[in-house]
Design a protein around this ligand. Structure first.
Ligand code: HEC
Length: 108
């Protein structure tokens, strides 16, 4: 009985971790394409209808590159200016961090 009581949570946590861990990295790109690329563009260069209309910066431009990682992440968490929404509530801080890393990698 004791063994069984122990085994059940281990199994649940194990399966849970497996299910969460594997697809997550792919998800970052998917989330980016779903939520961000409309404006920022697939490659982050903001060559989209919205990007042009909002006169958005290319994330690989010198100006954006000189933002610190904290500023960059903060723009995603809390939003920036009038048109960049805060995404912390919608996506969670963890996903925002991953998006920030993902976008930085696009900018290279
Ligand atoms: C409605 C259009 C729109 C969407 C959707 C959008 N952004 Fe933005 N984003 C902007 C605008 C406008 C700015 C600030 C203007 C600029 O580019 O200088 C900005 C700025 C940023 C910045 C700061 C760097 C910079 O270029 O100023 C980051 C980082 C960023 N966005 C990440 C994201 C992420 C991640 C998502 C998706 C979760 C996202 N954005 C979705 C419009 C958008």
């Amino acid at each position: 009985m004791n063994k069984l009581l122990f085994a059940v949570p281990v199994l649940v946590v194990g399966i849970g971790t497996m299910m969460m861990a594997a697809p997550q990295d792919k998800d970052v790109k998917q989330v980016y394409l779903d939520k961000c690329s409309v404006c920022h563009g697939e490659d982050g260069k903001a060559q989209t209808a919205k990007g042009k209309k909002l006169k958005m910066k290319d994330i690989s431009s010198a100006e954006v590159k000189k933002m610190t990682d904290a500023e960059f992440l903060n723009a995603i968490l809390k939003g920036k200016g009038q048109d960049m929404d805060a995404f912390e509530k919608e996506l969670g801080a963890d996903m925002c961090k991953k998006l920030s890393t993902y976008m930085r990698s696009l900018a290279k």
